[in-house]
Design a protein around this ligand. Sequence first.
Ligand code: 6R9
Length: 655
Amino acid sequence: MTIQPTGGADSAPLYAPSSEIAENAHADAARYEELYQKSVSDPEGFWAEEGKRLDWIKPFTKVKNTSFDYDNVSIKWFEDGTLNVAANCIDRHLATRGDQTAIIFEPDNPDEAAQHITYKQLHKEVQVFANVLKDMGVDKGDRVVIYLPMIPAAAYAMLACARIGAIHSIVFAGFSPDALADRVNGCDAKVVICSDYAPRGGRNTPLKSNCDKALLRCSDKVKLLVVERTGAQIDWVEGRDYKYEDMAAGVAPDCAPTEVNAEDPLFILYTSGSTGKPKGVVHCSGGYLAYAAMTHQYVFDYQDGDIYWCTADVGWVTGHSYIVYGPLANGATTVMFEGVPTYPDAGRFWAVCEKHKVTQFYTAPTAIRALMGKGPEWVEKYDLSSLRILGSVGEPINPEAWNWYNENVGKGSCPIVDTWWQTETGGILIAPLPGATPTKPGSATKPFFGVQPVILDDKGNELSGATEGVLAIKDSWPGQMRTVWGDHDRFVSTYFEMFKGYYFSGDGCRRDADGYYWITGRVDDVINVSGHRMGTAEVESALVAHETVSEAAVVGYPHDIKGQGIYCYVTLMDGVEATDELRAQLQAWVRQEIGPIAKPDVIQWAPGLPKTRSGKIMRRILRKIAENETDSLGDTSTLADPSVVDDLIANRANA
Ligand code: 6R9
């Protein structure tokens, strides 16, 4: 059985789901239409029903209370219901699937044995972890920062927080001590959880020692809980540091779930915006979990017995919603992979799919492009017949990568779900449903239930039919973020100010004649490097923090594997010599300040930057130069000194 491309309304090929997939899926085309219509014509009724997919301690009577009105932005779902998120992800499955595997842990080193953790074991581990946190003084509403590799303890720690009503904030284990300290301080965390080391791709990141450095910049009340991963040597600060294994041996085995309100925060996740300071995106308990669970079930067509694998890291929102919360709320078996796609070789993903008989595989275009470059032989070595559905997330997937994924990994018979969403949206907003939506390579296709995308012009007018503009959403959905931690005004001004009455996504988008959505990338100063979001301002402020740098401007440029690369224009202090050595130093500096993902790909020395007479850097021009589109620079006459542009073009670095 092969999926045959047939023509859509435009020239893009259209891949219809096979009848076998459509018949067995949670939704076929007719069902999608019916449910979608209901979800937008009667959101109250639709979500009242969907809210029941969770176990409530006190059932909700109010469903939706949301306003996108600029003067009164407020989002509440199921607001008078109470529940416990960990009980929904674990306890309620015990009677029916206690011995089923909840988490398959696949370590970085393929010679190390995988672990199969059942729901019963997960229940035990999470209760003990919760009691350890309580012992350390963590109460309902307190913040806990988690800085862990992709090991089961990361899931235990998240669920332990949820069990006692504490709010977790995960910091990606690839972030630097400075980035970690900013986030610990930003949410005023009581406890930080780390491991001794983080094995990844055969290397070992010293997480404990990173914490030691970070905590020098934090309140001395912050406690550090250290989980053992490798057992290698670490330093110890008496009175501040707690060894998890010792603590766990001394606590009670049972911990009753704490009752929380649907609108109590479940987690904070810091993400980049167009200004320098990351925002603490707040997600709450009830609506988020219902939405994560529902999207996981429908978009991946999750069925009992499936082995679902999302290759993201729990440090990103994809790991929150689609490794831990969504799958576990659905009683699924979810794979946690500690490693990287190319270690020990470029066949690792497929080796893991074969080994665990993975049915749904969800990854990022950057990984696909990297593996594509290694040749199809790495895929062909493995038996991938267990795969049923493939997913993509993080950035637009280019049709070449889509086709390669479809032909080599899916063997032409696995629907590809290209899922568009954001840290802010909590769950998938635009994506095909495997049994319902014919796909087009490069399009995220159609909205999920309850989601009303609109395309606006730059004045905020809704455009109809086939068109292009910015992507906004017309009404709330339960997984939506509620606020920016500690700064509700920033929440309102970032997402609701520019286009009144809508949630503004920050993405550009095209809609074709079939009503399909094609995301064209960010329209703000956010760049997307290997699927990781980064504010150009963050890289700029790291650069100017270096003693030799007087000014810096950073833009994205097309990069074959990463999607976008980081291109920096740097003006040095008077008297500093521009050498290749200094260039390497600055690259290392940014890497150390933010983390390896932020390492500049290109640094071009810029004796001057193109500025308007009021002193604003004209990034549009810098972007064009970085993209090597110097013949379409547009109007440069408003520049204070147009000659700087000629110099930048003449000395353009070869990216
Ligand atoms: C889930 C996640 C969000 C930004 C988003 C957009 C880009 C994500 C995409 C996509 C095209 C897709 N993005 N998925 N662009 N097609 N399927 O990635 O969250 O890290 O917050 O990034 O990523 O630009 O605005 P986050």
